[in-house]
Design a protein. Sequence first.
Length: 468
Amino acid sequence: MVTVESGAVCLPTDPVNLDPIPAPIGRDAVAKVRLSRVASELVAPNGGSSAPGDASHLFVSDVVGQLWAIDLGSGAKHIVLDVTGLIVPLNPRDERGLLGATFHPDYQQNGLLYTYTSEPYAPEVAADFPVSGLAPSVLPDHRSVVTEWKVADPGAAQPLADPASRRVLLRIDQPQANHNAGALAFGPDGMLYVALGDGGAGSDQGRGHNPLIGNGQDRARVLGKILRIDPRGTTARNGQYSVPLSNPYAPHQGRTGGVAGCADGFCDEIWAYGFRNPYRISFDRLDGRLFAADVGQGSVEEVDIVRGGGNYGWRFKEGTFFFRPRPGTPSYISDVNCLGVPAPDLLDPVAQYDHGEGLSVIGGFVYRGSEIPALQGRYVFADLVGVSTGAGRLFYFDSRGVDGPPASPRTIRELRIQGRLSIGHFIFGFGQDAQGELYVMANKTASPALTEAGRTGVVFKLSAPSTR
């Protein structure tokens, strides 16, 4: 039986709520970078990657619905896929849209790419994972959809996806508009990993949330999880993918997957759980470690190194702190286990910072390029908007020698930008090209504005500082 720590007191006035992590994030001489613009006139670009076998392009997803290919030699760009007609209408500060894109490891042979989109709820089409706990008169806000597309000629100078090739793998109903996560990534095992937020609202509470433990801790729901599937398999109940038998909660015989696969209390697709809004995931291309940046509630932002079956704490914890939700009033944190949650089962982050430094963590990549030797082995990430700067902030920490949560979180440092006091933009995501060099996705409005005036989205490349 879980008990409350002896003498534990947990109040919103506790000093930890005023300054959870007193040490400020500083700059040092280890890493300084130069920004060079490689693309502009986007809206809100949120991620970029190379396609296997194609070193000449960076493929960039824009939240309003376009997947762009940027020629890294000329800077020219063209639309590979436009899903604007599929996604929900967006509004300022929207967290929905085209949220992720990635390419199959055998892309040069099969031409397959995958997207994560926020689409209107469609009751005439059954969801693989409907929302639990909604009243009959209450509809889900939207539906998260993972889709496969085919590029006819992966080696073309201007590759194009065939709109008629659409094959839906997963449909997941969402109770709220926010906390959609949305990153997709293939692991070194060839499986597709899908990041899902807890369903939105706040404190993992409200309609569509488990009222006792939240969605993040409920393994009978896929929200607040990182999923792992085989997109080329057909043994799932909808016939569009397979659940790897090496998943932590997968049965070892029979057809698995979908809501029926959650009936035993453990959804078959789950790889790891306990996330609030894992906004961007990535694999270290050197050693295969999976990194996830999880956006915090009101106090702490965190980065996790994710392993199969791991429980990363939400909503029992926020970062290394214990979290106390309160319906209808602001929730708060504590440095003691005043709620008596099963702390030994919860994995702490590898790095964290508080809201004196920023508001929303943006996940990146471990640097494995060659142009910036000082960044080798460092995990480069960001915050959407720094509290003190009014613009995004670029961070890093040394990931070397860590394959899981360390005894204490790693020290975070801020990247210095040559010739700038700050990046001057709001940061939405990162990209990594075939050589391991990194790119920053940002805009001037912090919004997916759909007017021409809103086309302030840019892609910057991180390079070594000039010596001139």
